[in-house]
Design a protein around this ligand. Structure first.
Ligand code: NAD
Length: 503
């Protein structure tokens, strides 16, 4: 395969070779199998990645296990683990433009988004978690012993790293997701095997190059590429992997949770969503209309918290859906290397088929297309920004995640109906409320069954704010102080002291 790929505007993108990072060294897969990688904007084959076998995964896990058990890693000062992450942040910052171009080539998103969102998040996350490395602390606990045996008791807890972490990631924010799994694991003293999505592994492999350059001890971060059903599953089944940190679809999350029962693995699951954007009658429509469009269209709707259901007070319904549709119609789709382009393609032909199928079924079930509802080009996996009106809760598209630039609008009459509709899916990831009335905003926020509620904004994620879902949207939280629980276990230490004076 070519190492450099030329793109419009003179962009030359260096593509990593089909290799995996195991125990500090680049290696090929033992079975010699590879997966073809396509540019989703042109459908051209641009690279190959290794399809790891169960044996490859086993080698990576053993390397991570040896590294975890090593005295050097166990004894490394927490601040020095933080320095490794800081050093990696500097290297990612140095190569940010290269990495952003590679993300655009592999995933299709506009270069400005790769550079200003994905790369910025990855650099921030490395720094944020680097800072956590020295903040691990336990607590002193006062005991009430049952028998008076003359002893005085003291107890404390310490937080121990869980061990080898398997980080399994999706394709919508590939580099950001890889960092989101490896950085907290390293900060808290775990070691990692990353398994990026087979649809977008290239920036995770480039991150591997920088991990070596930063001087991470061998085996502390390993990268295996490949399919979920074999490489991913092998990681989940491996007895030496103590925790799976997963982001992806609910169906895969459910499989992982079931498989993890056998080895009683710790799991955090960041899964799908069907988040409502709720526009109340008193909302400032100058904010709410672009806000609702911005909740669904960026990243071509491939955001887990995308506002894919638009619940609008009946009195302003037409104005809002027409306004959102107008914004959708005006978005420029095309190659992520064209600076004027606002939306890239969907990631794969499979995703294009899924989005097209769900929209077609929604229209069959009675939804009315206000804009879009079709493929946007003959070549490349482009789908038009789409607003469907007349949604009902019993439609498939009202219940299933589309993961495309498609919003289903419904007119709502009163607060009871809003509450009922907003919570009426199996998901519980996010929701936004658009209103000028602070009372209504907080009263409704308290009634929404989901992990994050935004008021007069949507999709704001911050490393300091816990993130995750209720119901089928997941298990556990990432970011913020909650992240400590995801990668460490408390250990209680209890001692009996013999008091020589009073005892
Ligand atoms: P996916 O579940 O198909 O794949 C995700 C990862 O899991 C990939 O690396 C895949 O190879 C692996 N995998 C698949 N089967 C596996 C198995 N049996 N065992 C172990 N690993 C396996 O998801 P996707 O299509 O790549 O990503 C889109 C999904 O991710 C959407 O549902 C989206 O909502 C979700 N997502 C959630 C969040 C969040 O934070 N809640 C963020 C981004 C994406």
């Amino acid at each position: 395969m070519k190492a450099m790929i030329e793109r419009a505007g003179g962009a030359a993108v260096r593509v990593p070779a089909a290799r995996m990072l195991i125990n500090g060294e680049w290696c090929e897969g033992d079975a010699g199998r590879v997966i073809a990688v396509h540019d989703p904007a042109t459908e051209e084959k641009i690279a190959e990645v290794v399809a790891a076998s169960v044996t490859d995964v086993d080698r990576a896990v053993l390397a991570a296990h040896r590294a975890f058990e090593s005295r050097a890693w166990q004894k490394m000062r927490p601040l020095d683990r933080g320095r490794l992450l800081e050093k990696l942040a500097l290297l990612v910052e140095r190569d940010a433009e290269d990495l952003a171009r590679l993300e655009t080539l592999d995933n299709g998103k506009p270069y400005a988004v790769s550079r200003n969102v994905d790369l910025k998040f990855a650099i921030d996350a490395l720094r944020y978690y680097g800072g956590w490395s020295s903040k691990m602390a336990g607590e002193y606990i006062q005991l009430s012993p049952l028998g008076d045996d003359g002893g005085t008791y003291r107890a404390y807890t310490e937080r121990k790293p869980v061990g080898v972490v398997g980080g399994i990631t999706p394709w919508n924010f590939p580099l950001g997701q890889a960092v989101q799994k490896m950085a907290p694991a390293i900060a808290f003293g775990c070691t990692v095997v990353l398994k990026p999505s087979e649809e977008a592994s290239l920036t995770t492999l480039r991150l591997g190059e920088l991990i070596l350059e930063a001087g991470f001890p061998e085996g502390t971060v390993n990268i295996v590429t490949g399919y979920g059903h074999d490489a991913g599953q092998a990681l989940v089944d491996h007895p030496l992997v103590r925790k799976i940190a997963f982001t992806g679809s609910t169906a895969t999350g459910q499989k992982i949770l079931a498989s993890s029962a056998r080895t009683m693995k710790r799991v955090t699951l960041e899964l799908g969503g069907k988040s409502p954007t709720i526009v109340l009658a008193d909302a400032d429509l100058n904010l709410a209309i672009p806000g609702a469009a911005n909740a669904i269209f960026p990243n071509s709707g491939q955001i887990c918290t995308a506002g894919s259901r638009l619940l609008v007070d009946a009195s302003i319904y037409d104005e809002v859906i027409q306004g959102v549709a107008e914004i959708g119609r005006g978005l420029k789709l095309g190659s992520g290397f064209d600076p004027a382009v606002q939306l890239g393609p969907l990631v794969s032909s499979r995703q294009l088929e899924r989005v097209s199928g769900l929209v077609a079924q929604g229209i069959e079930e009675g939804a009315e297309p206000i804009c879009g509802a079709g493929r946007a080009a003959d070549t490349g996996y482009f789908y038009q920004p789409t607003v469907l009106s007349g949604g009902r809760a019993d439609m498939r598209i009202a219940q299933e995640e589309v993961f495309g630039p498609v919003v289903l609008a419904m007119a709502v009459q009163d607060p009871q109906e809003i509450r009922a509709l907003a919570n009426d899916t199996a998901y519980g990831l996010g929701a936004s409320i658009w209103t000028r009335d602070i009372n209504k905003a907080h009263l409704l926020a308290a009634e929404l069954d989901c992990g994050t509620v935004w008021i007069n904004t949507h999709n704001v994620l911050d490393l300091a704010m816990p993130f995750g879902g209720t119901k089928l949207s997941g298990l556990g939280r990432e970011f913020g102080t909650e992240v400590i629980h995801a990668y460490t276990e408390p250990r209680a230490v209890c001692m009996r002291l013999q008091d020589p004076v009073y005892g």
